[in-house]
Design a protein around this ligand. Structure first.
Ligand SMILES: Nc1ncnc2c1ncn2[C@@H]1O[C@H](COP(=O)(O)OP(=O)(O)OP(=O)(O)O)[C@@H](O)[C@H]1O
Ligand SMILES: O=P(O)(O)O[C@H]1[C@H](OP(=O)(O)O)[C@@H](OP(=O)(O)O)[C@@H](O)[C@@H](O)[C@@H]1OP(=O)(O)O
Ligand SMILES: [Mg+2]
Length: 366
């Protein structure tokens, strides 16, 4: 931890009550203070100008942006006040810029970014085929699926990826007969059998942590199976014990599938370049037939569960962003360089790893 020094800068923080209650504020304040920052909790109901000067705006506004996008007047007012405030104070470091966050609010948008990434396929990385339904017309939707190569079984996911409990309500559909359970606007995606293992990657700037979670067992298309409704939280949290995660006996004998660390780094680089978030996460499953890595979800400012030294890493990243300074370690040794944020997000240099019982942590991927 850095040595104590007087506070020279202020971090204004806002996140939902749900997220705020999970946050260890004491530790955030302590680590921030040791880096020379004071923490101010912002009240979005009051003018930001009245809440003191800030140097950093650290937020998770997904819920509010999502509500504003569907016309909620309070949320719209809050977002436009924040945008006005940030445009009046261009020197505030925003983690993360609202426009970048918006990209991840829509599943169709971010799957399209992943699908269009030319370097992925040669490294065995893909996003499963997907399509968007905007109406309830089952015949039309079937045709859309055919055109886009989406095959049963499918997972139907709300198009809006964040901002409410309902964003995480999923449906597994096994045949065209049951396509009418899909409620638009939604994205349907081909199901990838992955032996019920989910790899979650949490990213803080140039640092990341990978951990394993339970996931869905293997399925095939079937005329007999009824749709399965589930919420991500019931199946894919560290302590979830869903029967949907119990492999069938014949699945147990399948080959073990290994996560390719190199591929995780490739995905991180692409996300930085195309989406440009400092605080993000994504989920990967490994196709149990081909070993290819499927990116099935990207998240804004996720839970960071078990991320080693989360606050220290966060503050280091904030320091780098505020100072627009990074240490680049390459073959020619360490050097200091000054970059704009976008240049910084595009840079790719060095990696060092430390394995832990809880997962794998990578450092300095840029
Ligand atoms: N294409 C797929 N193939 C196989 N399983 C999938 C696929 N898409 C999603 N899943 C399963 O459904 C779960 C939820 O999907 P997804 O990650 O898209 O939802 P989410 O609610 O956005 O998740 P999170 O809470 O991590 O943000 C995944 O963790 C995985 O178990
Ligand atoms: O609820 P948890 O603590 O598990 O965190 C979840 C987080 O909720 P939070 O915003 O309250 O942190 C979710 O945010 P929204 O999509 O709803 O905005 C999303 O990022 C999930 O991926 C996180 O789950 P994890 O990826 O870690 O499984
Ligand atoms: Mg998600």
């Amino acid at each position: 931890m850095s040595e104590c020094r007087p506070f020279s800068k202020t971090i204004g923080v806002w996140m939902s009550d749900k997220k705020s209650q999970k946050l260890n504020w004491k530790e955030l304040i302590c680590v921030s203070n040791s880096h020379g920052y004071r923490i101010v909790k912002l009240d979005l109901e009051r003018p930001l100008e009245e809440q003191g000067e800030i140097d950093v705006f650290l937020h998770k506004l997904t819920d509010v942006i999502a509500a504003a996008d569907v016309g909620d007047p309070t949320a719209s007012r809050i977002i436009s006040n924040i945008e006005q405030y940030l445009s009046n104070h261009p020197n505030i470091a925003v983690i993360d810029p609202l426009d970048n966050v918006r990209i991840l609010l829509n599943r169709y948008n971010y799957y399209s970014i992943l699908q269009n990434e030319p370097t992925f396929s040669r490294h065995g990385i893909f996003t499963p085929a997907f399509a968007e339904f905007t109406t309830c017309n089952a015949q039309e939707n079937l045709e859309i699926m055919r055109q886009r190569g989406v095959r049963f079984p499918i997972i139907c996911k709300p198009t809006v990826a964040h901002g409410s409990k309902s964003a995480h309500e999923m449906i597994l559909v096994f045949n065209e007969r049951d396509l009418n359970v899909c409620r638009p606007p939604c994205v349907v995606q081909s199901f990838v059998n992955h032996n019920a293992v989910l790899h979650k990657v949490f990213i803080i700037g140039n640092r990341y942590h990978i951990c394993e979670r339970p996931s869905l067992k293997n399925f095939t298309a079937s005329e007999d199976l009824e749709p399965i409704f589930y919420s991500t939280g019931e199946v894919c949290k560290a302590d979830s014990q869903s029967t949907l995660s119990i492999l069938d006996p014949h699945d147990e004998t399948d080959l073990q599938m290994t996560l390719k660390e190199e591929n995780i780094k490739r995905i991180i680089r692409v996300l930085r370049k195309e989406i440009g978030l400092i605080l993000a996460g994504f989920d990967v499953v490994i196709d149990n037939l081909t070993g290819r890595h499927a990116v099935i979800d990207i998240n804004v400012y996720p839970s960071y569960e078990n991320f080693p030294n989360f606050f220290e890493n966060l503050l280091n990243c904030i320091d780098e962003t505020v100072n627009r300074t990074i240490v680049i370690s390459g073959d020619n040794g360490d050097c200091q360089d000054h970059h704009s944020v976008s240049q910084r997000l595009n840079g790719l240099i060095n990696v060092a790893f430390s394995a832990s019982k809880l997962g794998v942590t990578g450092m300095n991927i840029n």
